[in-house]
Design a protein around this ligand. Structure first.
Ligand SMILES: Cc1cc2nc3c(=O)[nH]c(=O)nc-3n(C[C@H](O)[C@H](O)[C@H](O)COP(=O)(O)OP(=O)(O)OC[C@H]3O[C@@H](n4cnc5c(N)ncnc54)[C@H](O)[C@@H]3O)c2cc1C
Length: 424
């Protein structure tokens, strides 16, 4: 029997991993990527956290009031640039509608289920391929300075426990025992939650390793190749237009992160995905000052993650179109916030050139879950819109989309992540 062919657009975390799973399902796979290698855009230097515990989308009930409070504050966790507003009215309206308590809880449950499946899938990949990307299974520690925020989180934990979320509420002393670097500031905390099933690891190293394994399994990677659009009739796609000529395949999978909606626009397929710019800062730490457990600062919306002999701080969300410039004021504010919490790290961050500043665009859907699987075109599939959780959801989404493309029943019901949900 002739092997079926598949083309994946994008060699980030999502596209590269999807290609590997498609090759395992007997497809002849080509990945097209405009950059010179895998994982050079949003998957390059993210927060590194594998966190089913952060399944609740950012548009929690009350987001509008909080966003108004943050307006114009350069160091707020979420920043909306006025020039971005006209381009995101439709998306913004749906983002707010999805923040009502019921849809928000439903989206949280769907993301949690996919995240737990994803972490199991990733552990299997680790074992099967002997991957090395500083994968830790130490959980994450979410800290709180405020009674109310902790109470709300406890309530959410109880709602999610039946689905498999594990969590332990700790007083500040117990939190500092788990993560000794917190000892200096523990008395400013109200409490913390340890999520033992969370993990962490370097997403870029994972992507690069998966690219090598996929290539060994026969996947062709065409780097420095820009996709400009598709040719299609109203049933199916026939051609992919690239800077290196036309490409044909039996199945086409869009995994182009924040740029996915630009690609599908020519097909009249409006994907409600909008970029949310985030920052990360990375520096080496001396072994005596390495974090044991990644720390999530809930109110400041920053994460601090150990990655081998480095530490990565990531956070902030800025709605400002596709701009990826590093605004040093904003980046330094994020660093200062982290160092206030963990002052012992300041020594390692001091000095010119010690800290690498980076930005990336989280591909955010308006309602939270990613968009996985079929489209109205019979041979076009999506694996995009993973927002702030693309590392956490990567392995599960990739396996699930490969199953759908191959005509197999996926292990998780795909309905909650389908493109169809937007027309219901
Ligand atoms: C600051 C920050 C912190 C984060 N922290 C975490 C975290 O701690 N945990 C977590 O789970 N997630 C985190 N994320 C989210 C996660 O990094 C993303 O969801 C994930 O990287 C998205 O992967 P992707 O493969 O969809 O996108 P990308 O990595 O952007 O890959 C898409 C690829 O498509 C290519 N492409 C696009 N358009 C075209 C075209 N026209 N032609 C050819 N190629 C094209 C791009 O070059 C790119 O390589 C964070 C994100 C940011 C920005």
């Amino acid at each position: 029997m002739m092997r079926r062919t598949a083309v994946v657009i994008g060699a980030g975390l999502i596209g590269t991993t999807t290609a590997w799973f498609l090759a395992q399902r007997d497809f002849d796979v080509t990945v097209v990527e405009r950059r010179a290698g895998p994982g050079l855009e949003t998957s390059f230097a993210n927060g590194g956290l594998l966190t089913p515990s952060q399944a609740d989308p950012w548009n929690a009930p009350g987001i509008l009031a909080r966003a108004i409070r943050w307006l114009g504050r350069e160091n707020s966790p979420l920043l909306l640039r006025p020039q971005a507003v006209p381009g995101m009215l439709g998306w913004g309206w749906r983002f707010l509608r999805a923040s009502r308590p019921r849809p928000h809880l439903q989206a949280t449950r769907a993301i949690l289920q996919l995240a737990l499946y994803s972490l199991r899938t990733q552990d299997t990949l680790d074992e099967q391929l002997a991957l090395d990307y500083h994968h830790l299974h130490h959980g994450t520690l979410k800290i709180f300075r405020d009674r109310r925020a902790l109470a709300e989180t406890r309530e959410l934990i109880e709602q999610l426990r039946p689905l498999g979320l594990e969590a332990r509420v700790l007083d500040p002393k117990a939190a500092a025992k788990l993560e000794p670097l917190l000892a200096d500031t523990a008395d400013e905390l109200f409490g913390a939650v340890h999520y033992p099933k969370d993990g962490s690891g370097d997403a870029y190293q994972f992507t690069a390793a998966m690219q090598q394994h996929a290539a060994k399994a026969g996947v062709q990677f065409r780097f420095n190749t820009d996709i400009s659009g598709f040719q299609a009739d109203n049933k199916s796609v026939s051609t992919l237009r690239s800077s290196q000529g036309d490409i044909h395949a039996d199945a086409y999978i869009v995994a182009a992160g924040s740029y996915s909606p630009k690609l599908t626009r020519s097909l009249q397929l409006p994907l409600p995905v909008y970029p949310a710019k985030g920052y990360s800062l990375t520096f080496r730490t001396s072994p005596a000052r390495q974090l044991q457990v990644p720390v999530v600062d809930f109110e400041q919306k920053i994460v601090i993650t150990p990655l081998g002999d480095r530490v990565r701080i990531a956070g902030t969300a800025e709605f400002n179109g596709y701009d990826t410039e590093v605004n040093l004021k904003r980046s330094t504010a994020t660093l200062q916030q982290a160092l206030r919490l963990l002052p012992k790290l300041a020594e390692d961050a001091a000095g010119e050139g010690k800290v690498t500043h980076w930005t990336g665009l989280r591909p955010m859907t308006c309602d939270g879950p990613p968009i996985l699987g079929a489209t109205p075109y019979t041979n076009l599939y999506l694996n995009t819109g993973h927002g702030p959780l693309g590392w956490t959801l990567c392995a599960g989404s990739a396996q699930m989309v490969a199953d759908i493309v191959a005509g197999r029943q996926p292990a998780v019901n795909p309905e909650d992540y389908s493109f169809r949900r937007f027309s219901r």
